[in-house]
Design a protein around this ligand. Structure first.
Ligand code: PMP
Length: 352
């Protein structure tokens, strides 16, 4: 830290992203990327657009917003796109909580929510998950600030139903309810359909997981026009060209290839079921996941030790060293071959 950093940020604990090792090849199951590459049409779109990089991108992102609107049955005015969905979460904390504002989210969830809360100096409260790591939706009713829920939740993978989300949205008519659907395409129910009915619901999704574009950085939000206009106001006050040309073009191509990506999601769901079953036969406890990862623990080895032993053997998973979850590891669902390596490596660690 330099002596120039203003006091407000001196105690800020930044988010620590999962490891992105650049040195050696791991079986990389630690940051919930898709194991499958983008579709051929997306690769073509990227190559074609590269020839126009001397030009700024469309600040209105019109073509991409129209494509997303078409797929989800909303209008362009209901869609906001950004440089990864983290950017939308950032803006939402800025716009709908802010300094002195309030925010509510689960104690075990996406670690960035706390960071944004701290960044803007909002008075956030974390609501403990139940003993079985489920969210009790009634605990989010009648709150006096921004409500943020990842659905499915991370790192547990457990999902709420649309009815449960609707109950929360209905019980907070004067505050924004942000549903972070980063992992929704792997078997959970989206609440995008509710945005036509409730002007306080902000649904956030990402291309990073189900659409194999983590490296392109593309997220989007769907909501009533007013909330989208609020996000736009902040975008035009910070970085109007927030999505680059290649990402805009590939985003449109990926929507046109929706069937390709949804087939990959089904493949990942099948691999998830098989991997969970195999870990259970090794006496792991695996939470019921609707995401492209599973959260699992073994009574035979601690979470931290398993993470270390796997890493030594070239398999990278994610371990969170915090009180309620340090016995667990979050394991991204890769290809069937990658999961074979994972299970075999675990077997050899436990056998040793
Ligand atoms: N929400 C959740 C719950 C996540 O796990 C992630 C991925 N780290 C994000 C949002 C952000 O994803 P991205 O910025 O890549 O869209």
């Amino acid at each position: 830290m330099s002596r120039y950093l203003i006091e407000a940020y001196q105690a800020l604990e930044a988010y620590v992203p999962g490891e992105q090792p650049q040195d050696m090849q791991y079986v990389k199951l630690n940051t919930n990327e898709s194991p499958y590459p983008p579709s051929p049409a997306v690769l073509n779109a990227a190559a074609e657009e590269a020839g126009r990089l001397q030009l700024y991108s469309d600040p209105a992102c019109a073509a991409l917003r129209d494509a997303i609107a078409g797929l989800y049955g909303v209008r362009r005015e209901n869609v906001y796109v950004s440089n990864g969905s983290d950017d939308i979460l950032n803006f939402a904390f800025m716009a709908f909580a802010g300094k002195g504002g309030r925010a509510y989210f689960p104690d075990i969830s996406y670690g960035f929510y706390k960071v944004f809360g701290d960044l803007y100096g909002c008075a956030y409260e974390t609501i403990p998950l139940e003993q079985d790591f489920r969210i009790d939706p009634s605990k989010y009713h009648h709150r006096d600030g921004l409500v943020v829920i990842a659905n499915p939740n991370a790192p547990t993978g457990i999902a709420l139903s649309v009815e449960e989300i609707e109950g929360i949205v209905r019980a907070n008519p004067d505050h924004v309810v942000l549903i972070d659907e980063a992992y929704v395409d792997f078997g959970a129910e989206s609440c995008v359909g509710l945005t036509a009915k409730y002007d306080n619901l902000l649904v956030v999704q990402t291309y990073s997981k189900s659409r194999s574009m983590a490296g392109a950085r593309l997220g989007f939000a769907i909501a009533a026009e007013g909330l989208i206009a609020d996000l736009d106001r902040i975008k035009y006050s910070t970085n109007p060209y927030n999505v680059n040309r290649m990402t805009l073009a590939t985003g449109v191509a990926a929507i046109a290839d929706n069937d390709f990506y949804m087939a990959n999601c089904l493949r990942i769901e099948a691999t998830r079921a098989k991997t969970s079953a195999r870990l259970e036969t090794l006496d792991f406890e695996v939470l019921p996941s609707k995401a492209n990862f599973i959260f699992a623990k073994s009574d035979r080895i601690g979470g931290g030790a398993l993470y270390q032993e796997l890493k030594k053997r070239g398999v990278l998973v994610r371990h969170f060293d915090s009180p309620r979850i340090r016995d667990y590891n979050r394991i991204t669902i890769g290809t069937p071959e990658q999961m074979d390596v994972l299970v075999n490596t675990i077997q050899s660690i436990l056998g040793a």
